[in-house]
Design a protein around this ligand. Structure first.
Ligand code: NAD
Length: 514
């Protein structure tokens, strides 16, 4: 059997990764390898996986010009033909699913199942974009003027920018890039400096397909710090839209830069998601849904369940059962099949986890389970035992997103109280209610209920499908990506009025005689 090092070497060879990779792709990989290196470490054991050279200022300009140039060619290809290219990309991703999934596991620390799931999400959105390429519809509207017709149509934007977070190192890019591609746009990706290798490997896969298909290289990649390269993209008028995924703090900076130039942005920012568990819930489904939401990806999903609001009628039973789940959950090497909770991304994430727990305790919270570092034999990674904390909704720490597995438990008396607690945080991404009572679930999904962009009934806050529009309200930024009609964000809307008569009647009956 091959040693772990040998296996890694073979994986990297299959994905065309090197010891030092170029982090700049614009139709070809830039050879400038002398810039600052971004080192990619595995959170599993702290080992250096490989390095990526960041994008130089000269390359930055070359890359944006390349994206503008390839847009001019790509936009002339009819949308369904663009869709057939996306079909090939979906097939190439299917072929590379195992390898790319393993790379996501190595670089982001996700379990094997979640690593593969992330690549499956890319495949799903590729499939979705194929269908969409034949459905980019507009509208025909009634005109108040005789012999007139009004229409609305959507036309492509040009090069768009995608700035992505570490926790979904591949799929967030595809949600944007694939939809934008069938819309006729080209895209420029700046991934997180914590996960640059996944981006390099994906670029290798998709650029080969574009080359084989003889179409322009519409996907470009640049790497570097958010403050430097990310801000530059946000301020760059040539980049027509910035789709930003990351923390509220960084998103606010990006939003200011983009709005200063009156550009367009999609903001997909942090969440502070809660599940309401009613006394009418199926207890087993609720426990599983909340546990998956709070523990999957070690609590490092934007949709992770961070608060659970439990009816006082079942509170003690629910909490006792949850304590048992927390005390038994398997934390460890995400490459092992039984592991449910892998490592946090780095040491700083562990410190934030510890700081939040001590802050919660200072504010009067009671640690019920976990909350310490976890030692995993032979692995010098960033492992913690997920924390379950009995808390009060007015505690400040419960209103902030700590990107780690901490679940705050609150008690409620009436459903109105539960909703009030639920909505009392600045963020508004994902929410759920566990109940078999129709009146309760209808209340929760109505305007009286959850104030989030995503509302679920009898399923947890995490794990959205690509078919719906994804995004949240309030501090989460209001953006929508992925399915449904989110494609409209990647195009500009034109209202067209056609006069096919022999006179020039004016709207609102205005007279203008010359
Ligand atoms: P982050 O904000 O630290 O970084 C995200 C990206 O922004 C990175 O590529 C980073 O380099 C870049 N960046 C940072 N500062 C920047 C600046 N001033 N200008 C331009 N770019 C900048 O976030 P992270 O730690 O990588 O990811 C975790 C966060 O992302 C969490 O808050 C999580 O909830 C959020 N997230 C949201 C969604 C969503 O869809 N709503 C999805 C995934 C993650």
């Amino acid at each position: 059997m091959a040693s772990p090092d040998r296996k890694r070497e073979e994986l990297f060879a299959r994905l065309s990764l090197e010891e030092i990779n170029s982090g700049t792709f614009y139709g070809r990989w830039s050879k400038q390898k002398t810039n600052a290196l971004i080192k990619s470490y595995s959170p599993i054991d702290g080992s250096l996986l490989a390095s990526v050279s960041s994008t130089s200022p000269v390359d930055y300009d070359k890359l944006v010009s390349h994206s503008e140039k390839s847009y001019k060619e790509w936009v002339e290809i009819p949308p369904p033909k663009r869709g057939s290219v996306m079909l090939k990309i979906g097939q190439a991703l299917r072929n590379a699913k195992e390898d790319l999934g393993m790379l996501v596991t190595l670089e982001a620390g996700k379990t094997i199942s979640e690593g593969k799931g992330e690549i499956q999400e890319m495949i799903d959105i590729a499939d979705f974009s194929v269908g969409l390429s034949r459905q980019l519809e507009g509208l025909v509207l009634a005109s108040e003027r005789p012999w007139h017709r009004m229409m609305e149509q959507y036309v492509p934007l040009g090069p768009i920018g995608i700035i992505s977070s570490f926790n979904f190192p591949s799929s967030v890019w595809s949600w944007n890039a694939f939809i934008a591609a069938v819309c006729g746009d080209t895209s420029i990706w700046k991934p997180s400096s914590k996960t640059p290798l996944a981006a390099v490997a994906i670029m290798n896969v998709v650029s080969s397909v574009l080359e084989e298909e003889g179409v322009p290289q519409i996907f470009s990649l640049m790497t570097g710090s958010g403050e430097e390269i990310g801000s530059k993209m946000a301020s760059d008028r040539r980049i027509k839209l910035i789709s930003f995924t990351g923390s509220v703090q960084s998103g606010k900076k990006v939003s200011l830069l983009v709005s200063e130039r009156l550009g367009k942005s999609i903001l997909e920012l942090g969440g502070n998601n809660a599940a309401v568990v009613s006394d009418h819930a199926d207890m087993e489904i609720a426990l599983k849904g909340v546990a998956f939401g709070a523990l999957a990806t070690a609590g490092q999903r934007c949709t992770s369940t961070r608060r659970v609001i439990v009816s006082d009628k079942i509170y003690d039973t629910f909490v006792k059962k949850m304590e048992k789940i927390y005390s038994e959950v398997s934390v460890g090497d995400p490459r092992k099949s039984g592991t449910l909770v892998g490592p946090l991304i780095d040491e700083s994430a562990v410190r934030k986890f510890e700081a939040a727990i001590s802050e919660a305790q200072k504010e009067g919270g009671r640690l019920l389970a976990g909350g310490t570092r976890a030692k995993i034999k032979g692995l010098d990674g960033y492992y913690v035992k997920p924390a379950l904390i009995e808390a009060r909704p007015d505690m400040e720490i419960c209103k902030t997103e700590t990107f780690a597995p901490i679940l705050y438990v609150f008690k409620y008396h009436t459903l109105e109280d539960a909703v009030q607690i639920h909505n009392s945080v600045p963020q508004g991404l994902s929410s759920s209610i566990f109940t078999k009572d129709l009146l309760e679930s209808e209340y929760f999904i109505s305007h009286r209920g959850s104030d989030c962009g995503i509302v679920n009934v009898n399923t947890g806050t995490a794990g959205a499908e690509i078919g719906g529009a994804f995004g949240g309200e309030k501090d989460t930024g209001g953006g929508r990506e992925s399915g449904s009609d989110a494609w409209k964000n990647y195009m500009r809307r034109q209202t067209i009025t056609i006069n096919y008569g022999k006179e020039l009647p004016l709207a609102q009956g205005v007279e203008f005689k010359i």
